[in-house]
Design a protein around this ligand. Structure first.
Ligand SMILES: [Zn+2]
Length: 66
């Protein structure tokens, strides 16, 4: 059951991901994303990313968390 909850990402520890500073296309806040922002494509901060993520169907809210 404990699969994937630990020890899985250990080997990338000393290789920090590269973050790119950009502006959130929604709220306009500065944010950092782990990928190179592509021009013309919206980039969202963490909060807005969640908002824009396609969730199940309508009427779900935040109920899908464990
Ligand atoms: Zn935002």
């Amino acid at each position: 059951m404990a699969y994937g909850s630990g020890g899985f990402r250990g080997d990338r520890r000393d290789q920090p991901k590269e973050y790119f500073k950009t502006k959130c296309s929604d709220c306009g806040n500065e944010c950092e994303v782990p990928f190179k922002p592509t021009q013309g494509r919206p980039v969202y901060c963490r909060d807005c990313f969640k908002k824009h993520q396609p969730e199940g169907r309508s009427g779900g809210g935040d109920r899908r968390r464990f």
